[in-house]
Design a protein around this ligand. Sequence first.
Ligand SMILES: *Cc1c(COP(=O)(O)O)cnc(C)c1O
Length: 167
Amino acid sequence: MNLLRKGETADFSITGVWANKAEQEAKKLGFNTNIIYDDKANNYTLVPNLNDSNISANAKYLHITSNNTIYGTRYKTLPKIKKVPVVADMTSDLLSRKINVSDFGIIFAGAQKNIGPSGLTIVIARNDLIEGVKEPMPVLLNYSTIAKNKSLQYSTYLLHLHRQTSL
Ligand SMILES: *Cc1c(COP(=O)(O)O)cnc(C)c1O
């Protein structure tokens, strides 16, 4: 939602359940998806080596799931793509290995599997990618607003509700 306008396209590498869900959700919201790799036929036993030649001409980014939680497979070599930013769901392997953060446009992870309490989500985003966030966008999901408020807009919102209810 933060990187595409309606009708724009992203590439997806389907290496498991979570990658598949990401692609399905993107379609639901009216974005176009190109599936550049899908290992469903092998019950997600293989993970591709992706490079710039795999990226579609019209893609704005490539989405990957770095570790496939349910299938126990992962990208041993994480893709280094120059053509488009790589957006990686690292929910089940963030902090488990060294990564070069600058190889990614956006890294996101739910904290509950590898890092900390459920309900916390970590997003590491390249500043230039989130500057012109696409509207309409719910403010709680807007990376640009979140960055501007140093991740505090949710607590500001709760404080606002609290003040209203105690009046
Ligand atoms: C568990 C998992 C999710 C979903 O996390 P929830 O916050 O529990 O819905 C997303 N991506 C990956 C790779 C996961 O392992």
